[in-house]
Design a protein around this ligand. Structure first.
Ligand SMILES: [Zn+2]
Ligand SMILES: [Zn+2]
Length: 103
């Protein structure tokens, strides 16, 4: 059974909410999203920094556009122009900060 996204919206500049078809409501920090960007560029950058993440300017954490990619992912455009990361539903669920998912 695959879960779809009913709707998603930026609540403010730091938090994205996602309502899933299983009625789970996720709150995801845009900072966590950007730090988990799955694109090759970000993955390589993170490897270079080993344990600590590269420090990005604050505009790098602002989402200016978001769109669906098929029925499996979301893609975000960030204020610094970055937009190559495809965030699969699986990854998005991992980043959920609700109490249920944290346990
Ligand atoms: Zn990236
Ligand atoms: Zn959750």
């Amino acid at each position: 059974m695959s879960v779809d996204i009913i709707k998603f919206e930026l609540l403010n500049k730091n938090v994205l909410s996602i309502l899933w078809s299983d009625s789970h409501l996720s709150y995801i920090l845009t900072k966590d999203l950007r730090n988990s960007c799955p694109c090759a560029t970000c993955r390589t950058a993170k490897k270079g920094f080993k344990k600590s993440l590269p420090i990005l300017p604050s505009e790098s954490y602002n989402i200016i556009n978001s769109e669906r990619v098929g029925k499996y992912a979301l893609q975000f455009k960030w204020e610094d122009g970055h937009r190559t990361g495809i965030f699969s539903y699986v990854l998005l669920k991992k980043l959920c900060t609700c109490i249920e998912c944290q346990n």
